[in-house]
Design a protein around this ligand. Structure first.
Ligand SMILES: Nc1ncnc2c1ncn2[C@@H]1O[C@H](COP(=O)(O)OP(=O)(O)OP(=O)(O)O)[C@@H](O)[C@H]1O
Ligand SMILES: [Mg+2]
Length: 383
């Protein structure tokens, strides 16, 4: 699929922008702080109903304005001219309003998956160098790109976790006798819920990590000329030994998670938090024989983060969907050989949106289009 038109109203530093896009490679060039990332962020926001840059919506609305509107026309494919119109209205103090072909959708997250994107941006360095939470965000974003309904599962998990933690906290601060029976009963219910939704998330992560691994390995080999063996392994507080061979993997994961919660019960009641589940897991990344975190060089960490995103992109394509590939500020960080190698790797994509402060950093693609971005306005450069 690819975006054929993008319209912004009061989004970030754009008062009004109308952009006609095509399949193939599009490059947005402009000095720092002009609005290149804001443009691709708008596309990411429509695709996922979230931004990797902010958790609150306030910065998305142009300063001094009440609301922002992002609208995109998306075409199904080069050989498939069906189109949909996606809209998201972002307003302070109320839930975002999503529309599909001008018809309102009940929830913003109903928009998720209509437009599939894989975004690589400089903050992705955190996948390699950051905390387990950064790696969990990476694998979860890929899960949602593959299976949009997992966005709901993820939200449900977070909700259940929050409620269970609140109960544990209340119980940990209370003397054991008064109302203890009721609390125990409620906790038992939350255990079941957490294990149920948690197992679904865990299952999706395990499958996705196993599936993306060979694609990421290939992507890394393509980008990095030497020392180019990488690996990724899921690390869980729940014992996963042999679970992949179970007749019903999800049921087996649920049992294991439930067992783990029960064995941690006393400790959880003492500390007032949930100590097992996908929210505490990690993905261990290796380059050669060494862990990437704490060992890899800057260029290696960068290339690994990029390979994980590109691997995800190839996996989604392999699943049968052509996502839009967004590469924000990637080329400036790479040496000349890695730039050419990356350019080679993305040539076949249906739509690639690239941003760069310096145009010369981006190798020229056949039939590419370049836009100049300046102070919240975008203009096509004459070829
Ligand atoms: N809500 C907002 N209202 C007005 N301006 C905003 C808002 N949010 C961000 N900006 C402005 O947008 C600019 C940043 O845009 P963006 O991040 O797209 O830059 P960029 O072109 O990608 O730059 P770089 O090359 O440094 O990555 C900043 O000047 C910032 O002040
Ligand atoms: Mg930027």
């Amino acid at each position: 699929m690819f975006v054929t038109a993008l319209e912004l109203t009061d989004f970030r530093n754009y008062a009004e922008a109308h952009l006609a896009l095509t399949s193939g490679v599009t490059v947005f060039v402009g000095a720092n702080g002009q609005g290149k990332t804001n443009l691709v962020e708008a596309i990411e926001y429509l695709s996922t109903a979230s931004s990797h840059r902010v958790s609150s919506i306030v910065p998305l609305i142009r300063a001094g304005c009440e609301s922002a509107l992002v609208r995109a026309r998306v075409r199904a494919g080069r050989d498939d001219d069906r189109e949909i119109l996606l809209e998201l209205e972002i307003a302070q103090g109320r839930q975002n309003q999503a529309r599909l072909n001008r018809a309102p959708l009940p929830r913003p997250r109903d928009l998720v998956g209509m437009l599939r994107t894989v975004v690589f941006s400089p903050v992705d360095l955190a996948i390699v160098r950051g905390d387990p939470a950064d790696r969990r965000r990476w694998i979860d974003s890929l899960i949602v790109t593959r299976w949009p309904r997992m966005a709901g599962v993820k939200q449900d998990y977070d909700k259940v976790l929050k409620q269970r933690n609140a109960l544990l906290k209340a119980m940990s601060g209370r003397c054991a006798t008064k109302g203890a029976g009721d609390d125990e009963f409620s906790l038992g219910i939350w255990d079941e819920q957490l294990a149920g939704v948690g197992a679904e998330l865990l299952h999706a992560r395990l499958d996705t990590l196993a599936d993306v691994r060979p694609f990421a390995q290939r992507a890394y080999e393509r980008i990095a000329p030497v020392n180019n063996r990488i690996d990724a392994r899921y690390v869980s507080g729940v014992d996963l030994d042999g679970v992949a061979d179970a007749a019903d993997v999800r049921a087996a994961l649920q049992d294991r998670l439930l067992g783990q919660l029960r064995s941690l019960r006393a400790e959880e009641l003492r500390r007032g938090v949930t100590l097992a589940g996908p929210h505490r897991d990690d993905v261990e990344l290796m380059i050669g024989e060494l862990p990437a975190k704490g060992y890899a060089s800057h260029g290696e960490s960068w290339s690994l983060a990029l390979a994980l995103r590109l691997g995800g992109f190839e996996l989604v394509r392999d699943d049968g969907t052509e996502p839009v590939l967004v590469l924000d500020d990637v080329f400036a960080e790479l040496d000349a050989s890695r730039r050419e190698r990356l350019a080679d790797a993305i040539r076949g994509a249906e739509q690639v949106l690239i941003t760069a402060a310096v145009g010369a950093d981006v190798p020229e693609f056949p039939a590419e289009r370049r836009f100049r971005v300046e102070a919240g306005s975008v203009a096509l450069e004459e070829a």
